[in-house]
Design a protein around this ligand. Structure first.
Ligand code: NAP
Length: 291
């Protein structure tokens, strides 16, 4: 990391106001006595280009990237050379200024993998996913790498689901993976794992994409959304007896791994995770008090 008197980090996306990333990262900066401040950079799509053009002159040294820019930022960064598979996955969530260049990394992949496997082992399991955007590319990669028996994807834009199918086939030619034409065609009744990788559920007024009769009690439902902590999908799934997880675990692990990339710290990752978990709990407490 290049040093400056004021080291700024943050999250770029649209919207980002719901994000708990600042409380996590700022807790870690404080605890480990590393100079840095993490903020929110909410940029509309039409502001993205000028924001990136202004970055080199700014005091920003690292950013996390969220919805809907994980793929779109690729044109502004170079990919971490050791991550050869990132050239195929084409989704980054962490960018850092290094030697006058912006380098892109992906900590969603290990973050999601660690969090999912704390709850559910996808090996030999049939899986369905809603959404085929930036983070879905990382999720599909983890499922295929972990030996899932099948992956079926639905996105309102079928071209995006097909893109993921092609991406996974390139990396894992024998993987059984398909793009569904509708939510019904996902055949969730016949699946072991359902993942929501759409932003539907972030807003109070969002509908639930799934009907109760599509669910079953031996399904594991993982919603990548973490605020609200229980989306309509998760409460519906709990109602039929399914085991569920929200996206807090993933947020925590991807955040801790990004923090190491941002700062180059040699603090052990488990200590960063523990500190970020404390920050997260505080952040969640504040949200609950506001409601
Ligand atoms: P994204 O790139 O915008 O992708 C979302 C995808 O879902 C888009 O392809 C979108 O299509 C599609 N979609 C929207 N409405 C849909 C519907 N009704 N049915 C099916 N597909 C639909 O966003 P992302 O970066 O992948 O993030 C997705 C979600 O994951 C967000 O809620 C984000 O907060 C969450 N996330 C959580 C973590 C974590 O750490 N827990 C990390 C990353 C992301 P259109 O583009 O056509 O709308």
């Amino acid at each position: 990391m290049e040093q400056s008197s004021l080291e700024l980090f943050g999250l770029i996306g649209y919207p980002v106001k719901h994000s708990l990333s600042p409380v996590m990262h700022n807790a870690a900066f404080k605890k480990f006595n590393i100079s840095g401040k993490y903020g929110l950079y909410e940029k509309k799509p039409e502001e993205l280009e000028s924001f990136f053009k202004s970055l080199d002159k700014s005091d920003i040294y690292g950013l996390n990237v969220t919805v809907p820019y994980k793929e779109k930022v690729l044109k502004f960064v170079e990919l971490e050379k050791e991550d050869a598979y990132l050239k195929i996955i084409q989704s980054v969530n962490t960018i850092v200024r290094m030697n006058c260049k912006w380098i892109g990394f992906n900590t969603d992949i290990p973050g999601f993998e660690i969090s999912l496997k704390e709850n559910f082992n996808p090996a030999n399991k049939k899986t369905a996913m809603l959404g085929a955007g930036g983070v879905a590319r990382s999720v599909a990669y983890v499922l295929a790498k972990s030996g899932a028996e099948e992956i079926c994807i639905f996105d309102i834009d079928k071209r995006k689901s097909n893109n993921i199918v092609n991406m996974v086939k390139e990396l894992f030619p024998n993987m059984k993976i398909s793009a569904a034409a509708s939510i019904e065609a996902l055949n969730i009744k016949g699946k072991d794992l359902l993942i929501n990788a759409t932003p539907i559920g972030l807003k109070k007024e969002d509908p639930c994409l799934i009907k109760k009769e599509m669910l079953h009690e031996s399904l594991f439902v993982y919603d990548l959304i973490y605020n609200p902590m229980e989306t309509k999908l998760l409460s519906l799934a709990k109602g039929v007896g399914s085991k569920v997880s929200n996206g807090l675990g993933m947020l925590l692990y991807q955040g801790a791994l990004s923090f190491v990339i941002f700062t180059g710290t040699d603090v052990p990752i488990n200590e960063i995770v523990d500190e970020m978990r404390i920050g997260l709990k505080e952040g969640i407490k504040k949200i609950c008090m506001k409601k």
